[in-house]
Design a protein around this ligand. Structure first.
Ligand code: ADP
Length: 319
């Protein structure tokens, strides 16, 4: 191969820029030409593709978001749209594509590979919900953002003996909520893995009040329930002021932490290694500190993310 492309797709995550930089700089050091595709699969379909050089990725390692832009582009499910995308890549003579994104983006990469166009997936999402990797690019940065928010809520909650419910991102994965709860010292964790059991939660909160706790912080993963309704329910049952805080898109932004920058750089370089070895249809992960690669199809369909029962146990003991 002589020319490769790189794009970011789906929800953005801090560290995506560092991953693009990793792909570009590692590609150049292998003597490849590297092309950036703007706004994910949408830009690919619209042929918004530009050659990148060393300086195209100067001063981006520390920046959140993605300078290539990202997009949701449901039309990419249509085979004709994908055929046009492949045509565009061929016009530029690009032999292979690195896709940085989450599960949905992997699906697009898988389908391109099935149509004979080799793609490598890099896990870029704050949700940590991609199989075949211990951590996704962006997760650790988002975790720090959530902890910072929880620390602030703790200050004000304990001053007012208030109960705080904090809604954390993660879609259907509770990792961000779980780890933020441990690091932030939250009293109660509700994730897709634990389920929401209102009576149990109420009983635990009441027990905390009885023990003399000044505040209660409940961390809950998004999409599980209406947190404002939950707050009303807890307030009416306990008589304590209860407020819900939805952290929202704040969690997606900010400078990537050292962990994410290093992970993204390693993964970007590894993706280029794989392409140089003639691999396609693979996705990159880090497992037990080592770079690994799996079949994209396996990552999407067959492999499950392990539930961190070890961490749930620790959290349980420390409450
Ligand atoms: P993420 O990659 O963060 O999970 P999405 O689920 O929104 O985000 O997926 C990103 C993009 O990947 C979609 O907007 C679409 O362009 C593409 N995509 C998702 N699912 C498919 C699919 N089944 N076939 C082809 N492309 C897909």
């Amino acid at each position: 191969i002589k020319k490769i492309g790189v794009l970011t797709s789906g929800g953005d995550a801090p560290g995506m820029n560092a991953a693009i930089r990793g792909v570009v700089r590692a590609g150049l050091s292998e003597g490849l030409e590297v092309y950036g595709v703007y706004d994910g699969y949408q830009g690919l379909h619209q042929n918004r593709i530009q050659k990148l050089d060393r300086s195209s990725v100067s001063d981006v390692i520390n920046r959140g978001g993605t300078f290539l832009g990202s997009a949701r582009f449901p039309e990419f499910r249509d085979e004709k749209v994908r055929a046009q995308a492949i045509e565009n890549l061929k016009i530029h003579g690009i032999d292979a594509l690195v896709v940085i994104g989450g599960d949905g983006s992997y699906m697009g990469a898988k389908k391109l590979t099935e149509m004979g166009y080799p793609c490598i997936g890099l896990p870029g999402t704050i949700d940590n919900d991609v199989a075949g990797t211990d951590y996704t690019i962006g997760f650790m940065t988002a975790l720090n953002t959530v902890i910072d928010a929880i620390d602030r809520l703790r200050d004000t909650s304990s001053s007012h003996q208030r109960i705080s419910i904090v809604e954390v991102m993660g879609r259907h994965c509770g990792d961000l909520t779980l780890m933020a709860s441990i690091a932030g010292g939250c009293e109660y964790i509700i994730t897709p893995e634990t389920g929401l059991h209102k009576e149990q939660l109420l009983a635990k909160i009441k027990e905390g009040i009885y023990k003399g706790k000044k505040h209660a912080i409940v961390a809950i993963t998004e999409l599980m329930t209406d947190v404002n309704q939950l707050a009303k329910y807890i307030e009416s049952e306990t008589g304590r002021e209860t407020r819900a805080t939805v952290l929202g898109h704040i969690q997606r932004g900010g400078q990537p932490t050292a962990f994410d920058r290093i992970l993204a750089s390693r993964m970007g370089a590894y993706a280029v290694d794989l392409l140089m070895q003639g691999e396609g249809g693979r996705c990159v992960g880090v497992q037990n500190e080592k770079m690994v690669h799996h079949d994209i199809i396996d990552a999407i369909e067959n492999m499950k993310r392990p539930v961190r029962t070890d961490l749930y146990k620790v959290a349980d003991k420390l409450f």
